[in-house]
Design a protein around this ligand. Structure first.
Ligand code: ADE
Length: 417
């Protein structure tokens, strides 16, 4: 459907097309999905609303949904991750876009409203803001929603809370919890893109420094693993005793934040929780310590505390704010505490998002085929879809694997030796 999009500047579209073409060449699994969608047209006549970090890989997902017959409406899931050239290219391709880089909180809210004004049937959300708005401010649209898929851990936490309290009004698939998502995207994707973001922003060395990774979930594991590979001494902080034990066995030092705060040169938060680095930690940090966040929201490093403690704040390099404390120490915050890999980088590598977005596309197709029999609950990605993505990825790498012999299959399925 032809609507008037709202983006920064349509003259940027050429560069946006180049970025999308580049990632397309490195997303073979999604290309397979595209071929299926082109033939089957599973979304013909339906409006799909997308709220995801609007960069090239996401744009290609939007185009794949469009190739499947969908009328696609898209906005970004974070004010700093949107790439204006990519947004313009999508408009050029007939997709409705309401998004521009650096939008204010009010504009971000307005963009989501505009997306919902298009009355979607299906949703792809990242972080849960779109689903939240539907259940609070736009309840009149709930009836039409067939279901959706959620990208990230933070969004799933919110959905599970809604599900538990009986307030979720349509089925949502927890894409993050599929094997082909968290084992690769959260671990290798966040691991690589976070360090890419930090290094391109600071242009400083990592080898020989002390890196504090705050949170040892799948993302934290990836960030710690890559920091070790870069030659850093890695410290992990955790609140979960099991994850703390994992970190120890992976070869990292584990200690409370109040001790790690005195040692770290770099701090990377990836907990999904608020104020994991706060006043008492800033008070003991070393001069020139660098802090950044790779979790979904910019709440993990307490910017209010930091602002209150500082005599002055200035941007000393693009995306680096220097907080000057009264005792002369300088503390640096990257990308305003927003996810450094997207706000100060291009997000995860294309090959990683290939699997994630193939899962998203197939999960949404599955919801659309089965919504009449689904309840308003959080569902896992069906195991067949996870397996299919894994197999397609292997095929794209020309890697073959073994298969069970009938005898082995029988052995595994029996309890008598
Ligand atoms: N690109 C698009 N969405 C992304 C995400 N959730 N994480 C990293 N890179 C992305």
């Amino acid at each position: 459907m032809k609507r008037e999009s709202k983006v920064r500047d349509m003259k940027l579209a050429g560069e946006g097309h180049r970025r999308i073409e580049w990632v397309k060449e490195h997303m073979p699994v999604l290309n397979e999905v595209r071929s299926i969608f082109e033939k089957e047209q599973p979304f013909k006549g339906l409006t799909v609303a997308i709220c995801l970090h609007l960069e090239a890989k996401t744009a290609y997902l939007a185009k794949v949904m469009q190739a499947g017959g969908a009328d696609v409406v898209i906005t970004g899931s974070n004010p700093l991750s949107t790439q204006d050239p990519v947004a313009a290219a999508l408009v050029d391709d007939g997709i409705t876009v309401y998004d521009w880089h650096g939008c204010t909180a009010e504009e971000y809210h307005q963009q989501l409203q505009w997306v919902l004004d298009c009355q979607p049937d299906l949703l792809i959300d990242d972080g849960g803001d779109m689903v939240h708005m539907l259940h609070t401010e736009r309840q009149e649209l709930l009836e039409k929603i067939r279901g959706g898929a959620e990208e990230t851990t933070t969004g799933i936490h919110r959905l599970v809370a809604m599900d538990k309290s009986g307030e979720l009004r349509f089925p949502m698939v927890a894409v993050n919890d599929a094997y082909c998502k968290y084992l690769f995207d959260n671990r290798y994707g966040t691991g690589q893109s976070t360090w890419d973001g930090i290094m391109r922003t600071t242009n400083l060395v990592v080898a020989g420094t002390s890196v504090v990774v705050v949170g040892y979930g799948w993302c934290g594991k990836g960030i710690a693993m890559r920091a070790k590979g870069l030659g850093a001494n890695v410290i992990v902080t955790e609140i979960d005793p099991i994850k703390a034990n994992e970190a120890i066995m992976d070869g990292f030092r584990v200690m409370p934040m109040i001790e790690a705060a005195k040692i770290g040169d770099y701090f990377v938060t990836v907990t999904g929780n608020i104020s994991v680095i706060r006043k008492e930690h800033f008070a003991v940090m070393k001069d020139k310590a660098i802090m950044c966040n790779a979790g979904h929201f910019d709440v993990e490093i307490d910017k209010n505390d930091l602002g209150e403690m500082a005599d002055s704040v200035k941007e000393v390099r693009h995306n680096i704010d220097e907080y000057l404390l009264p005792d002369g120490r300088k503390l640096y915050l990257l990308a305003g505490g927003r996810l450094v890999n997207l706000a100060s980088g291009d997000g995860h590598p294309a090959e990683i998002m290939d699997m994630t977005f193939a899962l998203q596309a197939m999960a949404i197709k599955n919801v659309n085929e089965n919504y009449a029999n689904l309840q308003a609950k959080v569902y896992p990605v069906p195991a067949e879809i996870d397996q299919k993505v894994a197999n397609l990825r292997l095929k794209s790498l020309a890697v073959n694997i073994d298969h069970l012999t009938p005898e082995q299959e029988k052995y595994l399925n029996s309890w008598k030796v």
